[in-house]
Write a protein that binds this ligand. Sequence first.
Ligand SMILES: C[S@@+](CC[C@H](N)C(=O)[O-])C[C@H]1O[C@@H](n2cnc3c(N)ncnc32)[C@H](O)[C@@H]1O
Length: 267
Amino acid sequence: MMETRDAALREMDLSRPAAARIYDSFLGGCHNFGVDRELAERLETDLPGIADSYQENRAFLRRAVEFMLAHDIRQFLDLGSGIPTIGQVHEVARRRTRDFRVVYVDNEPLTVAHSRPLLTREPNAAIIHADIRDPASVLRASQVRQLLDLSEPVGLLMSAVLHFVPDSDRPAELVEAYRDAVVPGSHLLIAHLTDSYDPAAMRTLADFYAESADPLHARSTSAIEKFLGDFEPIPPGPGLVATWRPEPGPRPAPRYEINYGAMTRKR
Ligand SMILES: C[S@@+](CC[C@H](N)C(=O)[O-])C[C@H]1O[C@@H](n2cnc3c(N)ncnc32)[C@H](O)[C@@H]1O
């Protein structure tokens, strides 16, 4: 198992809710504890319908992975993957092909521990315990080198993770390092919480996460777009994630306009 220095420093903490497990609780998964569910329930009381925002984000990830598979992307690096259950990348890929490879990366020890058994029957997927803020270590990890071929296009997934990286940790530089590591034809998905549309809801959400092991740093839509660098946006371009190539059919508008994102391709 590869561990970057920062990932090793993040200790197992069952006394506080953690982002991966709060998310799992809202997705209806079973990899969460009382502290996580208790925060999720209070959050749902203060922001009724907030569960939809979590589902919306995971649905964007699913549509984006399906898009990439349809465009011949067969290998994925999922940075800040959470627990790979309920519609994660390898499940989406497996529905289309056996020819795929996924490396999940997370710095939360329990998330990694819960994920490993879920992946034992999946020879083409692995999870590493590492910190995305250390791109060199992530990209050098043995599982990345064994499973991914960086001379071929890769799908880079940064879904609901960069808002856990404060400005002091220079998120723009770390995203640039990943963008630089992949060849043209690679894709980059970013989904990120924004305070540009509904600052009151975003503040309430951030106040709750301040109690957790993963405080939130929402950003403006223009700050999020800067993470895309010179990658080409895939139409309809950056926007609320629910508006990116939604499934056909009627659906209610997002209750909270906080999930911003884009799918892009390296020219
Ligand atoms: C909200 S979950 C998102 C899960 C998944 N990417 C999705 O969008 O469905 C965020 C995950 O990022 C992880 N995370 C936060 N900061 C990280 C860091 N610096 N390095 C690696 N993982 C991180 C958390 O532990 C958590 O599992």
